[in-house]
Design a protein around this ligand. Structure first.
Ligand code: AMP
Length: 521
């Protein structure tokens, strides 16, 4: 394992192996089993499993030729394209670990990832949605190589790296397969090391629960760099099951619906805001969507009304509550539709150890709400190079403190009722309040700042920044321009700015965010 990662205790790992939860395989196995079946469809591009495996082997050889080696970190910031799939599997074959950045990340986020992981390379598209990633790459210090899909300018073209396949030492099942980014934490994104063993367990359980098989076609509407579309069951779960993955240029109904019709898509995963948009569009579209047999809803709170609406207009629903750190709670296939609309499924493995605790850490009785803690075969034991944070984020006996409030029902289902972590869930995009506050405090006109969620009918939550000004009161426009200048992803820029004379404090002198939330416009 890469130094700076926390392994599972040896006896726990042994037990997971004995139980068959960890199979001792590595993720490259996904491309080996289904030969001439279609693995990937994107626009006019169709690739079989064999073709994908060949492309990955050739690209792995090219990466190796550049000097990338097992254990190296490689920041991959790619939209949902065939090049992303090639890059992922090539790095997996090489044993180098992709660090999966999201497409909207900018200088601030990528700079942090590059420094924190000491990344050896950075893989980007030339231009995506009008943004020139080569210009961003020029501002990032550290990676020895910038590899570009598309017109490379002075950088290395990805297309030139497909080389003669070489004999490379295979990765180990306990190796880190890739790093996902944590959405639900304090400060800068923490890195989540997922191993081949644990992620294969993740995708196998999720694919089985969704009854995925070779006839399924999964549409990756959300970014594949995110855990949800990557492996819950997502792209990798679909390949595990021998199905095909379809890509669309954007998740808008205009782009996604024709692909659903043409490829007879059976399964997809949506965040609530997107589901709302799709459900509306389904009532006027001329495209046939009747092939959809499972529409996953998750990433943010799903109201029973939305779940019912989606079921009526798009197809059968599955609730998906989960996190890049591990635990997945998804509706079992035999749950009656009315139950599916009201609870957030069940943990996927009987070996997911779930605790719901009060502020003292004591377990609360079933039916009562408390913080959800979890430990299990696909939940990490520590973030990468984050010793101090790990001592707070994990209990001494290895349970991950999710920061989510949940209650368990008599039937073993989970109901997510809120969160105690200071994160705004903006339509599935996670915005850590303290990270935004830190940026705001750097503004010369800001004396104090507090960022809170405000309810929003479309995104679920938006961010509202309460600011105590120095001289010139900042406006939404000046704050947005300032944060863009600092290279922060657009989704973290506050949606509202309210200038106040002072921030309310709790009796212990902390900013009283609950009061601010109540007072929010
Ligand atoms: P991420 O790691 O980005 O997937 O974010 C994980 C977090 O998203 C969880 O800890 C929850 O706070 C939130 N989340 C994910 N799914 C749901 C859901 N179905 N309902 C409510 N919150 C959710």
């Amino acid at each position: 394992m890469i130094p700076g990662c926390t392994p599972w205790p040896a006896e726990t790992a042994e037990r997971y192996r004995e139980l068959g939860l960890w199979t001792g395989q590595t993720l490259d196995v996904l491309l080996r089993a289904h030969g001439e079946r279609t693995a990937l469809v994107s626009g006019g591009t169709r690739r079989t499993y064999r073709e994908l495996a060949e492309r990955a082997a050739r690209l792995a050889a090219g990466f190796h030729g550049l000097g990338l080696r097992r254990g190296d970190r490689v920041i991959v910031q790619m939209p949902n394209t065939p090049e992303l799939i090639d890059t992922l599997f090539a790095l997996l074959a090489l044993g180098a670990a992709p660090v999966l950045a999201l497409p909207p990340h900018r200088r601030d986020e990528i700079g942090h990832l590059a420094a924190h992981t000491e990344a050896a390379a950075y893989v980007v598209p030339a231009v995506h949605q009008g943004f020139d990633h080569r210009a961003l790459a020029r501002e990032i210090r550290g990676p020895r190589h910038v590899i570009v899909a598309g017109e490379p300018e002075e950088f290395t073209p990805l297309s030139a790296l497909y080389a003669e396949p070489a004999e490379l030492p295979p990765p180990e099942p306990g190796d880190v397969a890739f790093f996902l980014l944590s959405g639900g934490t304090t400060g800068r994104a923490k890195l989540i090391p997922r191993t081949h063993d644990d992620y294969l367990c993740n995708i196998r359980l999720s694919a089985r629960n969704a009854r995925l098989g070779p006839d399924d076609v999964y549409l990756a509407a959300l970014p594949i760099a995110h855990n949800y579309a990557l492996g819950c069951p997502g792209v990798l779960g679909t390949l595990y099951a021998g199905g095909s993955v379809a890509l669309c240029p954007t998740p808008s109904p205009e782009d996604a619906f024709p692909v659903i019709e043409r490829e007879r898509v059976t399964v997809t995963g949506l965040v609530p805001s997107l589901a709302l948009l799709w459900a509306d569009a389904a009532s006027w579209t001329r495209h046939r969507l009747s092939s959809l047999r499972l529409v996953q809803l998750g990433g943010a709170g799903v109201s029973p009304e939305l779940a019912r609406d989606v079921r009526a207009r798009l197809g059968p629903v599955q609730q998906s509550f989960g996190m890049a750190e591990g635990l997945l709670s998804q509706s079992p296939p035999d749950d009656p539709p009315e139950l599916v609309t009201t609870v957030q499924g069940k943990p996927l493995s009987e070996y997911d150890e779930v605790r719901v605790v009060d502020e003292t850490g004591a377990e609360v009785p079933a039916g009562e709400a408390g913080e959800l803690l979890v430990r299990g075969p696909y939940t990490i034991r520590g973030y990468f190079r984050a010793e101090e944070h790990n001592s707070r984020a994990f209990t001494p006996d290895g349970f991950f403190r999710t920061g989510d409030l949940a209650r368990r029902t008599e039937t073993g289902h989970l109901v997510i009722c809120g969160r105690i972590k200071d994160v705004i869930n903006r339509g599935g995009d996670k915005v850590p309040a303290d990270e935004v506050e830190e940026h705001l405090l750097a503004h010369p006109d800001v004396r104090a700042a507090a960022v809170v969620p405000v309810p929003d009918p479309y995104l679920g939550e938006r961010t509202c920044a309460y600011i105590v000004a120095r001289d010139e009161p900042p406006t939404l426009q000046t704050v947005a321009a300032f944060m863009r200048e600092r290279g922060v992803a657009a989704y973290k820029i506050p949606d509202r700015v309210v200038v106040v004379p002072g921030l309310p404090l709790t009796p212990v002198g902390k900013v009283d965010k609950a009061r601010l939330q109540e007072a929010s416009p």
